[in-house]
Unconditional design. Structure first.
Length: 563
């Protein structure tokens, strides 16, 4: 572990803001239609101290695990801080998990208690909470949870604040971040307070953040990027943090926050793009942007409509960003910095440098990060002081995740160009061999296939087939279009042309035999995507593989499949 300054650790940052800016607004929480509740730093720390005292009074062993099951909200962050202040380890859960996964994580982590917060599908998750587990509800929790569990406000009202400044050493375990499970059961990634402090220090050197910045927290705080960038970025800089209320209010939430730093996953950047095209056809927008004076006005109008007119740093990650999408946003005056990382290294591995055109890559390594490409497999390997301790209670998997000389195996393939920028070319295990004996890397093809405005998600597959094939899931608008015979024919024509365009860019052995169109959504609930919108390839294979040979010999370019 590289040494980190004690005053950069999470709790020490909290005490700093308690003393330096007690009356400054730290958090803005939506409380229903048109209503918000602001929390000052002083109010945040007061509630954290009261909840920490309550948790400590339970008499659990130091280092015990306490879980958080909630969508993003002010109380999520205060719960995390209270767990740490009380001497415990936090275990966040995605707020969209099936009950068996909830049970698996709570059981595997040996959680002593669980905060039950803002949730849309609580009834489906509730059976996963072990009988008798103590739970605490928030003001925004489902009514069933409010009724059956003691509330945050009631506990704070009857509990005196914990005194002093309890601290946690840099090498102490802070949290278990369970992976989103693309390749099997979630694994509990162990990270220390020092890991987070180092990661923030490295991150700020590449993406400067300060006290005057504003961010909107809406991607799951259980995910590593939101945890590092939002929670620890907030603690480090003292910025003003806003929360989103719901998907329906997201546009208004963005307008309220007017974030100066904004991170989103590719799927949502695509949705923003599609929303703009619904209001203004792509050809018209391109024409207007090309006119010098009018182009500037249009850019500002679109940025303001998105709520990003104050955004000075935009970023994307968690999945590959198609080059065409990055270029489209650049024309709007929004340069998206593409980052690369994983739960195991706190998402601090590579990111493009603001102001430099490094599109098509994920940029150079952060300062303090070493990277290399394995000459045999082409795997990207890295090391840094932000790399995990290992997987909780999984010593064999922990060993397998590192090389003999101590480098983290990312499982991703790539190459490093002459300028030191990293290019991701796919997953080591995602490569498949066609019946012609040729290897195909699906990820770059999926990037191209997913640029069609009707495509929500896609997978390229076809081990042992003569040619690969693409399976695409339509977005909601396209599903409605497909229900109308005339519009479906138009959509099929458009997809046929898209297939032809994509194939023209591919080597012969990579060219897709056909596109299979599915209209049934791939969701977390049916276990086809992770909570971070990554498609689970193994589950796609389980469901569709029996059809591959029939699809291959059908002779059709577009195949409609009713799941």
């Amino acid at each position: 572990m590289s040494s980190v300054a004690p005053d950069t650790l999470a709790l020490q940052r909290l005490y700093h803001w308690e003393k330096a800016a007690p009356d400054r607004i730290a958090l803005t929480q939506p409380m229903g239609p048109g209503a918000v509740q602001d929390f000052t730093w002083g109010q945040v720390v007061d509630q954290v101290r009261r909840m920490a005292a309550h948790l400590q009074a339970q008499g659990w062993e130091p280092g015990s695990k306490v879980a958080i099951l909630s969508k993003n909200c002010a109380w999520w962050l205060m719960s995390d801080l209270a767990i740490w202040m009380a001497g415990y380890v936090s275990v966040p859960l995605y707020p969209t998990l099936a009950h068996d996964t909830v049970n698996q994580i709570l059981t595997h982590s040996e959680a002593k208690a669980c905060f039950i917060g803002k949730l849309d599908g609580w009834e489906g998750m509730k059976p996963g909470v072990p009988a008798g587990m103590p739970c605490i509800s928030y003001a925004l929790s489902p009514q069933d949870a409010v009724k059956n569990y003691e509330g945050w406000d009631a506990i704070c009202a009857r509990t005196q604040p914990l005194q002093g400044q309890p601290i946690r050493a840099a090498d102490e375990l802070a949290t278990l971040i369970y992976t989103s499970g693309t390749t099997g059961k979630p694994k509990g990634v162990m990270h220390t307070f020092g890991n987070f402090a180092w990661a923030l220090g490295a991150g700020i050197k590449r993406i400067p953040m300060g006290q005057e910045d504003r961010m909107l927290s809406y991607l799951p705080l259980a995910h590593v990027v939101e945890r590092v960038l939002v929670e620890h970025g907030w603690l480090r800089t003292g910025m003003h943090l806003f929360f989103a209320e719901s998907l329906d209010t997201f546009a208004a939430d963005l307008q309220r926050a007017r974030p100066t730093i904004f991170f989103s996953v590719p799927r949502l950047w695509v949705k923003f793009q599609q929303g703009i095209h619904h209001k203004m056809p792509e050809a018209k927008l391109s024409r207007l942007l090309s006119i010098p004076l009018i182009g500037g006005l249009v850019r500002r109008k679109v940025q303001k409509a998105l709520g990003l007119d104050q955004c000075r740093i935009a970023a994307g990650g968690a999945a590959p960003m198609p080059l065409a999408l990055l270029q489209w946003y650049s024309k709007l005056g929004i340069d998206i910095n593409e980052g690369y990382g994983m739960t195991e290294n706190l998402a601090v591995s590579h990111i493009t440098i603001p102001g430099k055109n490094q599109q098509g890559s994920v940029g150079p390594a952060y300062e303090g990060v070493d990277h290399r490409i394995d000459p045999q497999s082409g795997e990207i390997q890295m090391r840094s002081p932000a790399v995990m301790l290992g997987y909780y209670k999984e010593p064999e998997q922990s060993r397998e995740s590192f090389t003999a000389d101590g480098w983290l195996r990312t499982g991703d393939k790539g190459h490093i160009d002459a300028q030191g920028n990293l290019h991701i070319t796919g997953r080591v295990k995602d490569l498949f061999k066609t019946g012609k004996g040729k290897y195909v890397a699906p990820a770059p093809i999926e990037d191209k296939l997913g640029t069609h405005e009707a495509v929500e998600a896609c997978v390229v597959t076809g081990a042992n087939l003569g040619q690969p094939l693409g399976i695409v899931m339509l977005n909601a608008d396209a599903v409605a279009q497909a229900a109308n015979a005339g519009q479906r024919a138009q959509l099929e024509t458009s997809l046929t042309q898209h297939l032809k365009t994509v194939n023209a860019t591919l080597d012969p052995h990579e060219q897709l035999q056909c596109i299979v169109v599915v209209t049934t959504p791939w969701t977390v609930e049916n276990d086809l995507i992770t909570p971070t919108f990554k498609v689970k390839r193994n589950r796609i294979e389980d469901i569709y593989a029996a059809n591959y040979e029939r699809w291959e010999v059908s002779g059709k370019k577009i195949i409609w499949h009713a799941q």
